[in-house]
Design a protein around this ligand. Structure first.
Ligand code: GDP
Length: 365
């Protein structure tokens, strides 16, 4: 999962991103990740990993990860190439979801690009840039499809109708995300890669004193929540400054710090959880004496597809999956005992993975 952090200047993006990189995972364990200064890799919190490490006396523990991309420099006019805008927009295109940081703290010493915090206006500025970029893209696509229509292509005529309705929706300054299309039009989305269609999470970045703010008692948070609702998205209340403080603490002190603040978990953990939910993701586990590891897959994923996350050979040569539920395995005390009790199932190609499955794949090479 790759999440792009966007927002106007001076809203707290770098503060949050620095907290992310400081809390970050050891990049060397994830060779498939892009290692660049604007990318931070974070472990997905998973309380099932440690008990499994103990059970197997495993040498290594590798949590699932989320990549965060710092997409600084998205300002009004970006879609017109201002402030290197187009480069930033193409970075967003590579992300699975967008996290928009919205300034909800007042501080006279920190200039706000447009005067004072105004979450609804700030969200609109960013959304408009994404929408403008999509309009440009759609207009080009329409010109191409129109040519096919002139040749009498009926399928193209249907697509053109879809594209024109979508364009008119965007022209009214609505995001593609909020466009209601017919099920029969689902395929048309595949080729569009629209920025304003990306799932979005809003982070209301509040001051340290407001970490318990809600839409009921804080007008800035209320404004973010309302916009989030309109986009069928979630709004999380976070203080980037506090996140930076948490990230700088040794692990053993983090829990106490959170408790002192009256928080159950860090903002970062909440962002990751919300990202999983937003994108319909879950984790399954592999476990053995060498390594205990969590893997991210979409909910509803079949066993061969899940195996393909480990290696494409595993998917191609998939024979079956030996599956045991995490809680069953732990209660049994070992895989052998779980097998004796008949708790380890042999599942075939059609098997739909469940959250907390501990799996061993059998495959042909
Ligand atoms: P960016 O331009 O969006 O990357 O913003 P920065 O992360 O550089 O933050 C701009 C300024 O706002 C910095 O001086 C931060 O210390 C301050 N800031 C960021 N987050 C918070 C916050 O949660 N509370 C307060 N009071 N200040 C913050």
């Amino acid at each position: 999962m790759k999440i792009g952090i966007v927002g106007l200047p001076n809203v707290g993006k770098s503060t949050l991103f620095n907290a992310i990189t400081q809390a970050g995972a050891e990049a060397a364990n994830y060779p498939f990740c892009t290692i660049e200064p604007n990318i931070g890799i974070v472990n997905v919190p998973d309380e099932r990993l440690e008990p499994l490490v103990k059970l197997y006396n495993a040498e290594k523990c590798t949590p699932a990860i989320v990549e965060f991309v710092d997409i600084a420099g998205l300002v009004a006019g970006a879609s017109k190439g201002e402030g290197l805008g187009n480069k930033f927009l193409s970075h967003i295109r590579e992300c699975d979801a967008i996290l928009q940081v919205v300034r909800c703290f007042e501080n006279e010493n920190i200039v706000h690009v447009n005067g004072s915090p105004d979450p609804a206006r700030d969200i609109d500025i960013i959304e408009t840039e994404l929408i403008l970029s999509d309009i440009e893209f759609l207009t080009k696509r329409i010109a191409k499809i129109e040519k096919l229509c002139k040749g009498g292509n009926k399928e193209a005529a249907k697509e053109l109708d879809f594209l024109e309705r979508l364009l008119s929706w965007l022209n009214d300054n609505h995001s593609a995300r909020s466009f209601v299309s017919d099920e029969s039009e689902a395929d048309y989305w595949q080729e569009l890669y629209l920025l304003s269609a990306k799932p979005i999470l809003f982070v209301a970045n509040v001051s340290e004193d407001d970490i318990h703010a809600t839409a009921e008692n804080n007008k800035f948070v209320k404004a973010v929540s309302e916009r989030a609702k309109a986009e069928k998205a979630e709004a999380l209340v976070i203080s980037a400054e506090i996140e930076a403080e948490i990230a700088s603490l040794p692990d053993e002190d983090k829990a106490m710090f959170l408790e002192d603040l009256g928080l159950k978990q860090s903002g970062l953990a909440r962002i990751i959880k919300a990202g999983y939910k937003l994108l319909g993701l879950m984790s399954y586990l592999t476990a053995g004496p060498k390594e205990v590891r969590a893997w991210t897959i979409p909910i509803g994923c079949t066993a061969p597809k899940a195996a393909g996350k480990i290696h494409s050979d595993f998917e191609r040569g998939f024979i079956r999956a030996e599956v045991v539920n995490y809680a069953d395995l732990l209660a049994a005390g070992s895989l052998a005992k779980a097998k004796e009790k008949g708790l380890v199932r042999s599942e075939g190609k059609e098997y739909i993975m469940r959250d907390g499955d501990v799996v061993l794949f059998r495959f042909n090479v």
